[in-house]
Design a protein around this ligand. Structure first.
Ligand code: CUA
Length: 329
């Protein structure tokens, strides 16, 4: 029984510690803003432990001590000091430290910084990179960022309230219909991170995620240059069949594939969908089987998704569509 208890405690501690690491942890910072937030958290956590220990010691002492051993003045001092003065001082220090951090967390990115316009959709992320000439490059559900550069996010929504949050990079920012909110983030470590929607926005709120890939400036430039190109034409018979099916079944009414006649703006831009790690806003791996499943039964993956189901398509046509889309690197 004792052994079982120890195992349970060890397992709980392991689980607790594993929550501090990973692609989606605010306690495993990969950016300047997140480091400040994590530092404040650890100071608060440390302070909480010290205060809790103090209260426990005092409680044990009071329970064990004989009532007559207390002097009235000591009792008054404990009540006023512990009940009013100490909380006021601790909360005051916390407030001052928190407010002092605020300017650093909300200051805008320097002029000329890389700017991304991100739209919260139901339930995915429309992302546009603005280049120096004011031209924008459309991608979806995957954000690449150059390391050690402050990036400006312009956040908006034309439907419901969403909240843009990459825990490892910084604080969250709401996306409000009719308003543009801003967020500046400075990733300082390369790697793949996970972003999420942090405001309940409907049936698929928990399936509204995105990947953030932080890389060197040279790698980022290569990626952006490739994303700016029009789609590569289909190369095999199967891909050509898939491209035809895409047009015939009206996929282009909602989706855009630059360089083709498909220029829909309702759903995600698919010009380079094959290059993304995931589909369905980071809910499925991007491979042929999952593409087929998504096209045929999007509502099974994502409740209330606006993508209609295409389960009536013959098997070989579904396969051709999936192969074509996966080939759009
Ligand atoms: Cu969008 Cu929750």
């Amino acid at each position: 029984m004792r052994g079982a208890n120890h195992s349970l405690i060890c397992a709980s501690l392991l689980l607790l510690c594993s929550g501090c690491r990973g692609v989606q942890s605010a306690l495993d910072p990969a950016g300047r803003e997140a480091e400040r937030i994590a530092l404040l958290f650890w100071w608060m956590a440390g302070g909480t432990v010290v205060i809790w220990l103090g209260v426990m010691v005092l409680t044990i002492y009071c329970v064990r001590a004989r009532p007559e051993s207390f002097h009235q003045r000591t009792e008054n001092w404990i009540i006023v000091g512990g009940g009013a003065v100490l909380p006021t001082v601790v909360l005051g220090i916390l407030l001052i430290c928190g407010l002092a951090m605020l300017p650093g967390l909300i200051e805008p990115a320097p002029a000329g910084s890389l700017t991304l316009v991100v739209d919260g959709e139901m339930w995915w992320w429309r992302v546009n990179y603005l280049n120096s000439t004011g031209h924008s490059i459309a991608v979806a559900n995957e954000i690449h960022l150059p390391v050690d550069e402050t990036v400006e996010f312009k956040l908006q929504s034309d439907n419901v309230i969403h909240s843009f949050w990459v825990p490892a990079l910084g604080g969250k920012q709401d996306m409000l219909p009719g308003r543009i909110t801003r967020l500046a983030l400075t990733p300082n470590r390369t790697g793949t991170l996970r972003g999420v929607c942090a405001e309940y926005c409907g049936a698929s709120h928990a399936l509204m995620q995105f990947d953030v890939i932080v890389e060197s400036r040279a790698e980022f430039n290569r990626w952006l240059e490739q994303q700016a190109r029009p789609a590569q034409p289909p190369r095999t018979t199967l891909e050509r069949r898939g491209a035809r099916a895409f047009v015939v079944h009206g996929c282009g009414a909602c989706h855009s594939i630059r360089g083709t006649s498909s220029d829909g703006a309702i759903g995600p831009d698919l010009t380079h969908v094959g290059s993304r790690r995931t589909i369905g806003a980071a809910t499925l791996q991007n491979d042929i089987d999952h593409l087929r499943h998504w096209i045929a039964h999007p509502d099974e993956v994502k409740p209330e998704s606006r993508m209609p189901r295409f389960s009536m398509l013959p098997d070989d046509e579904l396969q051709a569509l999936a192969v074509y889309l996966k080939g759009l690197k």
